[in-house]
Write a protein that binds this ligand. Structure first.
Ligand code: FAD
Length: 517
């Protein structure tokens, strides 16, 4: 490390190495190889210069304090598997990766009250294995790609398939190192020795857990999460709807079933390409450089036995209750089920593999190959009202916009309590520069178009956060300004996750940062 720009970095790395007895440091090509985003859009920068990997203890506080002294920003990651939303890379080349994956202890699992306390490096697979190994009657909600961390996923508002699938809302109690190096515990954890930390979210005053979700205000070193107590029975229902324009009716029906508590999870309605990309590649259906046309799409659906929309929901509870709900749900969905309603049941005591709970795996990754060897995707989540008409209108708008830039429509709707989340994956070939530019432009168009109908983005890669944040304009962007004030209070040196919050701010390369304050 020789250039003047790197002097602050060199001093920082020497300092943290001296202070910590068990710290791994990566620089140069090793670092780039390990932490570059494999799904990077070619048109965006990605040049992580160094990474530090502490094993725990007070090392995080030392690292954060040293980063402040030397003016070196940090980008904390838990396992760095945030594929589709930036991976483990920092925003641009502005930060040293603070990789917490070596801190991977499961600190507590409480069966009676169904919660756990974990360090950032604990993956969904680790927790799944732990529950299995100890035969604990608790179920995990897992994302479609399950090799990431419970902490990083929840902090990014990750989603899974179970009644506990809104992962950020299952957080109960955090331990956080703030941007100035101070260590805090949220909620009842603030009462030293309290056994209430993972049982009650607020102490006196606001619930602070949410302050550290998608924020870049602190480094989370411990997280409490609620788990799902194993039910007596479960059932899954799947249907295929061949009429594209039937989406609205299906949304209304599932919403009504959910509101009446016949359904306990968040039903998912996925477009056919979401499923097809797991089982085939684009070149099986077309070699044209444009979105798949009607004929190609029909051929694909027929060959793979897919509906235009493919819906799935799961029921949980006592056996009698599941059976009662199943009857109602089956009947209500029959008019939409062009190839019948598929039902599968599980009861406690039957092989656990048949239960309707998440089993984490890396299998979902297959869809990235849709556009070939250089395949990748960037993802966008938009919150919509639970309205069939709006779901249809939104789907058609997104389809039109993507078609205009030659990108296929991979989309899924997650029906929640008061809103539905539409997650669109823009799949592309990262070796194709023109396509990368088209995807980048399309992503920005989708943000603006949704905002013109009153809908905002709830999850986006750091590169698009400023665009996504810019549409929240009430009272001259007062929300952004409030966020910036909180950021300045908790991270006065602007050391943590530069650019992550999406507030308009200049992103500075390491060398041009102010040195010791
Ligand atoms: C095919 C496919 C399917 C997917 N399906 C889903 C899905 O169904 N649901 C879903 O939610 N995601 C999904 N993803 C996205 C992603 O893979 C997961 O969300 C994954 O869990 C995120 O990786 P991670 O948990 O290792 O987080 P990390 O990469 O470790 O963290 C993500 C970000 O959170 C912040 N952060 C992380 N840890 C800390 C910390 N300790 N302190 C402060 N800030 C921190 C950082 O900004 C970091 O960049 C999918 C991805 C692919 C490729």
């Amino acid at each position: 490390v020789t250039s003047p720009d790197d002097r602050a970095l060199s001093r920082f790395l020497a300092d943290v190495e001296r202070r910590s007895s068990d710290l791994e440091i990566l620089t140069g090509d090793d670092c780039v190889r390990r932490y570059s985003d494999p799904f990077r859009l070619r048109s965006l920068g990605d040049g992580t210069v160094a990474a530090v990997r502490p094993s725990g203890g007070t090392a995080i506080q030392d690292i954060v304090r040293s980063a402040n002294e030397h003016g070196v920003p940090l980008w904390p990651i838990s396992r760095g598997e945030n594929l589709g939303y930036g991976g483990s890379a920092s925003f641009g080349d502005a930060a040293v990766i603070l990789d917490l994956s070596r801190m991977n202890r499961i600190l507590a699992v409480n069966v009676e009250d169904a919660f756990c306390l974990v360090e950032p490096g604990v993956s969904f697979v680790d927790m799944h294995d732990h529950l299995q190994r100890h035969d604990l009657p608790l179920w995990l909600s897992v994302p479609g790609y399950g090799l990431g961390s419970m902490v990083g996923n929840a902090l990014e508002r990750g989603v899974g398939n179970s009644p506990y699938g809104d992962h950020a809302s299952q957080i109960c109690g955090l331990e956080v190192v703030l941007g100035d190096g101070e260590l805090v515990r949220t909620g009842m954890g603030a009462l030293s020795g309290s056994g209430m930390w993972q049982r009650q979210r607020a102490a006196l005053g606001p619930r602070y857990d949410e302050l550290f979700v998608q924020s870049g205000y602190g480094v989370v070193t411990k997280m409490g999460l609620w788990l799902m107590p194993q039910p007596e029975a479960s059932a899954a229902i799947e249907i295929e709807l061949s009429d594209r324009d039937g989406l609205g009716g299906l949304v209304e029906t599932l919403t009504s079933l959910k509101r009446q508590a016949y359904i306990q999870d968040s039903p998912v309605i996925a477009s056919f390409l979401t499923m097809a990309a797991l089982r085939s590649v684009r070149s099986d259906w077309s070699d044209e450089r444009r979105a798949l046309n009607l004929e190609e799409s029909r051929r694909l659906r027929d060959a793979l036995g897919l509906g235009w929309w493919n819906a799935r929901t799961r029921l949980y509870g006592p056996v009698d209750m599941v059976e009662l709900c199943l009857g109602h749900v089956e009947k209500a969905l029959r008019p939409f089920a062009d190839s019948g309603v598929r039902v599968s049941r599980w009861r406690r005591g039957e092989p656990i593999e048949n239960a309707h709970r998440g089993i984490p795996s890396g299998g979902g990754l297959a869809n990235a190959q849709w556009c070939g060897e250089g395949g990748a995707h960037v993802d966008l989540a938009v919150a919509l009202p639970l309205s069939g008409a709006e779901a249809m209108r939104h789907a058609l708008r997104v389809m039109d916009l993507l078609e205009s830039v030659g990108v296929d429509y991979h989309s899924a709707f997650y029906l929640r309590e008061r809103h539905m989340l539409n997650i669109v994956q823009l799949l592309f070939d990262r070796n194709d520069t023109a396509m990368c530019e088209a995807v980048e432009a399309a992503y920005k168009m989708l943000i603006i178009d949704a905002s013109m109908r009153g809908y905002g983005v709830t999850r986006a890669p750091a590169h698009f956060r400023a665009d996504a944040m810019a549409v929240f304009d009430f009272a001259d962007h007062a929300l952004s300004r409030m966020g910036a004030r909180i950021k300045a209070a908790l991270d006065p040196g602007a050391i943590l996750s530069p650019g992550k919050d999406g507030f308009p701010a200049e992103i500075r390369p390491i060398g041009s940062l102010p040195t010791a304050r």
